[in-house]
Design a protein around this ligand. Sequence first.
Ligand code: ARG
Length: 466
Amino acid sequence: MWAGRFSGKPDKLMQEFSQSVSFDQRLWREDIQGSLAYAAELQRIGILTEKELADIRKGFEQITQEIESGKFEWKVELEDVHMNIESRLTELIGDAGKKLHTGRSRNDQVATDFKLWCIRVAREELKPAAVALVQAIVDRASENIGVIVPAYTHLQRAMPTRLAHHLNAYAEMIFHDSRVFMRHGAVDAQGRIALGSGAGTGNSFPVDMECLAKSLGRNLAARNSMEAVSDRDFALDLVFACAKCMAHLSRMAEDLIVWSTAEFGFVTLGDAVTTGSSIMPQKRNPDACELVRGKTGRVVGHLMALFTLLKGLPMTYNRDLQEDKEAVFDATDQTLACLRVMALVFSKENFKVNRERIQQHLDSGLGYMEAMNVADWLVLQGVPFRDGHDITGRLVKYVEQKGMRFADLTAEDLQAVDKRLKPELLKELSLEALVERKQVYAGTAKARVLERLAELKQWLGKDNDQ
Ligand code: ARG
């Protein structure tokens, strides 16, 4: 493509080193989309005839078929997706193909293709995968509305909560992720289209950049050609969104790993998402969750790689930018895979709640979660909370020293600790009552949890593209 100025060819090693076609061929759809828009604009301003434009369109139809059917021959010596496609176009239609690059550079081309790719993958793949996961979690939450589990802070039993409320916490995280994916590339600075910016200083031919942007389904063209060809904020934002989503997935994976231990036993994960051990016949390992947790580091790593890539680049395009793609491709691939696997983990077949085991945990009285009932009750009797806290603390110490449970307390025990602990308190110690007192917005009371579930279901049921 640039042989005119050179007498020699790139070294074989250099060719292999410099090529990106092995991975950026994934941009082929957007590359053709951008070229079709650009060709139409070249025809409008008289650089291409109508016949040439028609030939270009036909040529791209054939190239599309070739790529889709796997017949297209990608050539490393043509370096990247852009040159492979343009070269094939010229092979097919001759001179009209050679005119296509008038005023255009791979710099505005790649910035455009890559942005369109990111927007498409965020909206058409990541967002639906996130929505499907929210759906699976909401389904499991609805089925388990009556189940009470310990909630933990510092991984110590803290207070009882509804399993549905706990699961809804995951649903909220992924609900937010799905909205971020949906909004990716919204019409603000990031949605602006670089096409028409040439190598970085604009186009010598009177292309209408707004028109180009519109024909690519976007509302706005870039306002500064230099910024446009070197901007990768859209990639950073997408990888950040992926990294954040992965951090959410990793946290749920961790909970499920802990919950499926013999010590907890809250859930059993199904055969489809667990594996056995090659030596220990009894094992059932939560590999799906462990891999999700493990892959999170990798996606966060891609975010760091991108930042490091971008931080010291001089204006405008630099070849360093070719390194942006694998980070984004892998970050989105891994996030997508993890969203899908977690939806499988949360499917009815694979997410089995062990209600009896959970009840045994609650009945054991370990962790003294009933204590909060006492402190709350004392407040309602007019005892200042700090004093109530102290009295309750002494009651916990009493129970602990005697090796008993709150459920075993008698009126005499209460009186032995503090005269303000009246016998009627004994009726107030249930964990269910404690859960039900959290009637506030966002609380664990059944009505509140059902309310939020209904909202999430409504959102899932409608066109959630907003
Ligand atoms: N493959 C290149 C990339 O991904 C395309 C742009 C190359 N531009 C150039 N002037 N060498 O960034």
